[in-house]
Design a binder for this molecule. Structure first.
Ligand code: PRP
Ligand code: URA
Length: 209
């Protein structure tokens, strides 16, 4: 079974509390989601391999380390995943970004695909699928399936808030995918919303309703 990691760093937890607050408006919500995504990227990339190089400092030659040329791909699930892209790119500026467009049918809660544009070399990239919410898990599981069907082999999933149901669904469908989340909430309500959650992530990011 792949890893499930809850990123309980105090800065992440503090900012997540502000994100949850219904009084937080779209501008602040967007800034906070971006900041939390950047902090989470720090942990999600912890296993990236390093190689030793020599650097000439003003004083002497230092044996130092740099990333070992790993190619990274970020795959936000539209729409709400877009809110996490810039924060991650601040730490991984060389990453390519693919997009998977999915929305949940409000009646069936099943994911419906409407867009897919990915880097041509996804099979060679370490992919990080990003979406603030992991509710039933249908959207994340479907996005990961699209990537695998197009040759992706190395995939991680990063979300802000998950319901236990969503974690189980992704683990069942994709036992090779490590999952990183900032909080595991209580349950889903009858409309498939995470309780207590943060409401509708896309609407809060983009000011729609
Ligand atoms: C939200 C969210 C996830 C999905 C999670 O998107 O951003 O993609 O729901 O739910 P699930 O785990 O039950 O599939 P939504 O479908 O509301 O689309 P939007 O981002 O366009 O608002
Ligand atoms: N999508 C959201 O945006 N919020 C939830 O709580 C569940 C799905």
């Amino acid at each position: 079974m792949a890893k499930l990691q809850v990123l309980d760093h105090p800065l992440i937890q503090h900012k997540l509390s502000l994100i949850r607050d219904e009084k937080t408006g779209s501008k602040e919500f967007r800034e906070l989601v971006e900041e939390v995504a950047m902090l989470m990227a720090y942990e999600v990339t912890r296993d990236f391999p390093l190689q030793e190089i020599e650097v000439k400092t003003p004083v002497a030659i230092a044996k130092s380390k740099v990333l070992a040329g790993r190619k990274v791909g970020l795959v936000p699930i539209l729409r709400a995943g877009l809110g996490m892209v810039d924060g991650m790119l601040r730490l991984i500026p060389a990453a390519k970004v693919g997009h998977v467009g999915l929305y949940r049918d409000p009646e069936t809660l099943m994911p419906v695909e409407y867009y897919c544009k990915l880097p041509s070399d996804i099979a060679e990239r370490d992919l990080i699928v990003i979406d603030p919410m992991l509710a039933t898990g249908g959207s994340a599981a479907a996005a990961i399936r699209f990537l695998k069907d197009r040759g992706a082999k190395n995939i991680k999933l990063m979300c802000l808030i998950a319901a236990p149901e969503g974690i189980q669904a992704v683990q069942k469908a994709h036992s090779d995918v490590d999952i990183f989340i900032a909080a595991v909430d209580e349950h889903l309500n009858e409309h498939g919303y995470i309780v207590p959650g943060l409401g509708d992530a896309g609407d809060r990011l983009f000011g729609t309703k």
